[in-house]
Design a protein around this ligand. Sequence first.
Ligand code: PAF
Length: 281
Amino acid sequence: MIILRTVPELRTFIHDWQHQGQTIGLVPTMGYLHDGHLSLIDHTKPNCDRLIVSIFVNPTQFAPGEDLDRYPRNFERDEKLVADHGAHAIFYPDSKEMYSDGFRTFVIVEGLGNVLCGRTRPTHFRGVTTIVAKLFHLTRCDVAAFGQKDYQQTLLIRRMAEDLNFDVQILVCPTVREADGLAMSSRNSYLSPEERGRAPILYNTLIKGQQLCLAGENDAGKIKQEMKKMAKTIPGVSVDYLEVVDANDLRTLQKITGPAVLAGAVWVGSTRLIDNVIIGA
Ligand code: PAF
């Protein structure tokens, strides 16, 4: 497995692989890999000839005061995991490689990035779509994989790929969970043992909402109310949002009449966790 740290190095390999008629798969990550990332690699590998995993803690998707500096990093461990899962290359640039002095061009997907997580993190998604557009462009990937845990992110990336004519197949892979239901996330490492014990409340709350739907409840207001009531039972947990939205355009729903998403973000201590379940897709 090769480690590519610069854009020219990456371009040389991409050029050679494409010249040989090989297809390219991309798994974009911010590192500190867990089983969720590894399942993205496993899902993508059979769909391409050459698989690149990018590891880049992207500064433009963090607002001032967020956790950019303390975001967990362990490249040696990541390198071993990626190699064990059979990827061909890691793209591991530094910030200057991706954002040259004077950088001022962003990709913004109108309307989808200012709801749900975008309310609390108003500049987050323009950072995500900008870096993903750059990675699609640089790797010229035929296929790229993202996790369903970041449902809003997957919708924005699909929209961006469609709107900007990226010829890439987007795979959205199921959320990988701990035994108690907590969605795997690099940020789970911030949780103290007590907080870790409380963290499954988010998934349990969403499952409660899902059960209400399965029992025939389609009033989104009632489902939200029940979910919020449940989330509030755990001390040290505060709700950022618990929403019932249209699965295609993230519109807030009054009644569930088609594919919907129950999406939530909660603070467990100072750690913000997100998760979702899809209804009727
Ligand atoms: O989901 C993530 O880890 C990041 O948002 C991504 C897609 C790698 C872009 O930095």
